[in-house]
Design a protein around this ligand. Structure first.
Ligand code: SAH
Ligand code: MG
Length: 230
């Protein structure tokens, strides 16, 4: 006979596997091992919360990373706010490296990943744990009030948008909680500089310490409150 606890654990593991399959099937830029690491970081961030954990994702695209994070939100009773204007970063535009013609809206000629994001979240059945926030991430950051248990930065990777996200969002991470940054490449031959520079700045500030990595994913834990002037 299986105990009720074992049965519940089996069900949860089954659900997590099912969600990972949805994440793998979604369009996007998150390798499965890094997504799984992101899930574990978020589950830890959500699990010891006395009420409802709050997660923010900056840069959702078609919802691939959203599903890994949403799986952790669902498992821990947290809520994930997934932020994107859904018009793509500079590097997603036509003629750039990460363009995908399928996400171009035929009427406007502009990238619009919102319908793809919504389909991903609905197919995964994550509507109860994930809230889509459509708009400019730094505008949203400047009006944000809730302390974050986990903030995942994977928005625009150019100098300006990357630093705007870091300056806007890192201060919202509560002491003892987590900041994750994607596409951190110490070797310039592997990818663009800004995400790596944010990671260096976070460590140099003395406010964050390293707390895990997988591929280009870096997880940091806030150990000191943010300084007033940035
Ligand atoms: N995490 C995604 C990939 C994100 S790609 C995955 O797992 O596949 C980067 C995303 O950041 C794009 O969808 C782009 O629209 C968004 N983005 C870039 N700059 C932004 C800004 N200033 N405000 C909101 N979203 C932005
Ligand atoms: Mg990325």
């Amino acid at each position: 006979m299986m105990s009720a606890d074992n049965e519940r654990r089996d069900e949860m593991e089954h659900r997590t596997e099912q969600l990972f399959a949805h994440a793998r099937a979604a369009k996007g830029f998150m390798p499965d091992d890094e997504g799984t690491a992101l899930f574990h970081a978020a589950r830890r961030a959500g699990s010891d919360h006395p009420t409802t954990g709050t997660f923010v994702e900056v840069g959702a695209w078609c919802g691939k990373s959203t599903v890994y994070l949403g799986a952790a939100a669902e498992a821990t009773g947290a809520l994930l706010f997934s932020i994107d204007h859904h018009h793509g970063s500079e590097e997603n535009q036509r003629g750039w490296e990460h363009h995908d013609d399928e996400v171009v809206d035929r009427t406007t000629g502009r990238i619009d990943t919102l319908p793809f994001w919504r389909r991903t979240i609905d197919a995964a059945g994550l509507g109860g744990s994930v809230v889509g926030v459509v708009g400019n991430s730094s505008a949203i950051a400047s009006h944000w009030q809730t302390p974050l248990d986990l903030c995942f930065i994977d928005g625009g990777h150019g100098e300006e948008p990357a630093w705007a996200d870091f300056r806007g969002w890192a201060p919202h991470v509560a002491v003892g909680r987590w900041l994750a940054i994607h596409d951190v490449f110490p070797n310039p031959a592997d990818g663009g500089r800004p995400p790596y520079e944010l990671w260096c700045a976070a460590l140099a500030s003395g406010e964050f310490v390293e707390d895990g990595e997988c591929g280009s994913l870096r997880v940091l834990r806030r150990v000191e409150p943010p300084t007033e002037v940035r």
